[in-house]
Design a protein around this ligand. Sequence first.
Ligand SMILES: [Zn+2]
Length: 333
Amino acid sequence: MSTRPIDAPPFKVWLLVLTVMVAGCGPTQSSEGEAARVLSEAAETITLRYLGAAGWEITAPSEGEAEPVIVLVDPYLTRAKYDGQPSPDPTDTRPVYNRTDTLFSDTEVIDAQIQRADYILVQHSHPDHVMDVPYLANKTGAVVIGHESTINIMRAYGVPDQQLITVRGGEDYDFGDVSIRVIPSLHSPLGDKRYYQSEVVEAGATRPLRISQLVEGGSLMFLVRIGGHEVMTMGSMNYIAREVEGLRPDVALVGAAPSHLEIFEYTPRLMAALGYPPVVIPTHADNFRAPYGSEIAYRTEWVDAFAEEVRLASPDSRVIIPKHLEPIRLGGR
Ligand SMILES: [Zn+2]
């Protein structure tokens, strides 16, 4: 499939506007149903699945091929308890890991959810972003796109060079069925803005790596053009204003955990820079140390507060609150 031109046909634009208007009428069952009907009439549909943490699966039909194109972003399904504390969820009887333990993946959980992937995008190489990527890359043969720390982690776990693309931010690569703009970014301002990590994972690193060796290595965002849509991804609660100014994603996956409140007018400035995206979906605002299905797997209060910020800053945006692993289907723009 070739990349959609930015000036999409007016009919599709009209459909999207109508969809947003209908969705904005109110949270009633009938307007949701109407929105779904309008969406289903659109020419191309992408499906997003929230994998938890900053993880997403984006799927679009691939022209002339039986298999759809699948992009994974920061896919982290293991949701390990790796801070050495017992789980606050008494039903979570999984082992507790320390940061000095070597990284591992819950292959049973992953295999139940992910069969294929074409591209894996990694926004930084902390464990809740990168830990499952070696397993997924080796399992699927997907091309991994990330900065040098991410790529060196892949090499340590035997992912072939043919599958590895190292980026620093600023690249805009065309793959035919999808194109990917790599956006320089910043990590969340953790620890009351005192967080700073300059380490990298060196070339020549060998397995096994300890969880503590998974350092940030710099932060990225992505603009994924796929199936006629433009999906902007975030892996942290921060961004560089000049790097996102003028982007026009129709779907913005926005970091929504409370550290974003350390940033000056985070939500209104981002919404304005992006031209008030039709669809905004909060991300990286769940409890990624609790397994899927746990009563404490979500951070509802964080997500609801962020959704209210979006409603104030960008009233015409449709905010979708994602559930783990549930498909979100979006019609053509
Ligand atoms: Zn991080």
